[in-house]
Write a protein that binds this ligand. Structure first.
Ligand SMILES: Cc1cc2nc3c(=O)[nH]c(=O)nc-3n(C[C@H](O)[C@H](O)[C@H](O)COP(=O)(O)OP(=O)(O)OC[C@H]3O[C@@H](n4cnc5c(N)ncnc54)[C@H](O)[C@@H]3O)c2cc1C
Length: 442
């Protein structure tokens, strides 16, 4: 069976998290022919966790991890840095779904946080790791209502939270934009590109990492052969961790089930001391909108502010320059609504990145062909869900058994999409409608 990688990772704008890191040491691209016991495609959060876990559990096995770009350059380093422990159903107005399912999601997410924390501490990875929780902010009556539903959901799950008045929100954020807020303490905030790069740098010795090596095609067989422009890797067992880019692998049943959706962020230059004083508020905070289609905002300890919003359906897994220009204008408006006291503060970076969603929130986890394992489609929650998928797919592939693995295996699989052009029309109009109803939350 031949798989063509028709859509290769591209640049999609300049990501502030990545660009503000010190330059990375030179990469090692794949050259010539390499044999391994395992090959993992994609060094995002899922791929990094899968390769690490395989190597931990099989210290004598040769594990190859391969990525088209540098580690930290892709979506894993482009996100807003919320390691979310609580339910975060993007299709639900209140982020929650049903109790039993929510408890299980919380267990998976917290295991991902514990696993990552241990690695970060053991290797002293500098990624601005902050166990300070997340704020949810409501900017209108609809948002306040969504927060109330979320609070009710958390109470019945027995999860702690604190409600904040408009004045308390201003004390934290410096902005009087928010009418109400909710603080949930279990979320960890990180600098995502620093975390991802740190995870790549500290892989066990039996993992060989090849960067800047786009895989052009894959022959699924015995062994599997992954070919790049200058080399090939052969291994009897393969883990797919290429997220939205797996959406064109029709022969493995992935085509027609995954939704490559993009979201976008912009980061300001560092604020001056005078601007920081004018803004007020706390030095570092992370805020998720009450309405899932609203704006995520982070204030960073280095004095920058980062705004994320806007979703687009990109079946070619790429954001055009014109889309980036358009979302930059939306980010500007969102920034001005929240921070009218900072009219001169311009954005220094604007970028997009791929989420891999499914219509029913299902993930493609398991063995999808002999010796081919999949950890794709974490529905926009890569920092926790991607990490746990990667860790557990390695355990599954090695025949292990655990409670967490059972939870993962019982999660729904992505349901089938309607055919194009109906899918594109449906997804684009649903996003436009939800964005419109989000109103000022954007
Ligand atoms: C702006 C933005 C904000 C977000 N905010 C958050 C957040 O706060 N919290 C959160 O949990 N999630 C967030 N997300 C989502 C999160 O970034 C993704 O869910 C996560 O990156 C998915 O991890 P992954 O490892 O599954 O896939 P990816 O990170 O997409 O990794 C897949 C890798 O596969 C590689 N690849 C693909 N095709 C090939 C090929 N042919 N050859 C070689 N390599 C290939 C890619 O280069 C990439 O590195 C956000 C995303 C964006 C874009």
């Amino acid at each position: 069976m031949q798989l063509q990688c028709n859509f290769l990772p591209q640049d999609d704008g300049r990501c502030g998290w990545y660009e503000t890191l010190p330059p990375a040491p030179p990469s090692t691209p794949l050259r010539g022919s390499v044999q391994a016991d395992w090959v993992v495609l994609g060094a995002g959060l899922a791929g990094l966790a899968a390769a690490r876990r395989l190597a931990e559990l099989q210290p004598d096995a040769a594990v190859v991890l391969i990525d088209a770009k540098r580690v930290g350059f892709g979506a894993a380093g482009r996100n807003s840095g919320f390691m979310v422990d609580l339910p975060h159903d993007l299709t639900s107005h209140s982020y929650t779904s049903n109790h039993e399912a929510d408890h299980k999601i919380i267990r998976l997410s917290r295991d991902a946080i514990d696993y990552t924390r241990e690695i970060v501490q053991r290797h002293a990875i500098e990624c601005d790791w902050r166990e300070q929780g997340k704020l949810h902010g409501a900017a209108n009556a609809r948002g306040v209502h969504a927060l109330e539903s979320f609070a009710k959901g958390l109470s019945s799950l027995g999860e702690p939270y604190r409600l904040l008045s408009a004045q308390e929100m201003k004390t934290v954020t410096g902005s009087d934009f928010y009418q109400a807020g909710l603080h949930a303490p279990g979320c960890v905030l990180v600098q995502p590109a620093a975390l991802t790069r740190g995870l790549g740098r500290t892989l066990p010795e039996n993992v060989q990492l090849f960067e800047d090596s786009p895989v052009l095609n894959i022959e699924v067989g015995k062994p599997h052969t992954l070919t790049t422009a200058h080399g090939r890797v052969q291994a009897p067992r393969m883990i797919l961790a290429n997220n939205a880019y797996a959406s064109n692998f029709g022969q493995l049943g992935l085509k027609g089930r995954l939704l490559p959706i993009y979201t976008y962020a912009s980061m300001t230059r560092p604020l001056t001391t005078e601007e920081l004083a004018r803004l007020g508020g706390e030095e570092s905070w992370g805020l998720i909108p009450a309405d899932p289609l609203g704006s995520t905002v982070r204030r960073l300890a280095n004095g920058r502010i980062c705004v994320r919003n806007s979703f687009t359906y990109n079946p070619d897994v790429h954001a055009s320059a014109s889309t980036l220009q358009r979302v930059l204008k939306t980010h500007r408006k969102s920034f001005e609504r929240r921070f009218p006291m900072l009219p001169q503060v311009e954005f220094e970076y604007t970028w997009g990145g791929a989420l891999c969603l499914s219509r029913n929130g299902g993930s493609q986890f398991g063995e999808i062909a002999p010796g081919v394992f999949s950890a794709v489609c974490c529905n926009g929650l890569g920092l926790t869900r991607g990490t746990i998928s990667g860790k557990l797919i390695a355990e599954y592939a090695l025949g292990m058994d655990s409670d967490l693995l059972s939870i993962m295996l019982e999660q729904p699989k992505p349901c089938r999409n309607p055919p194009e052009p109906f899918l594109g029309i449906g997804v684009r109009s649903s996003l436009a409608w939800k964005e419109w109803t989000a109103g000022v939350e954007l």
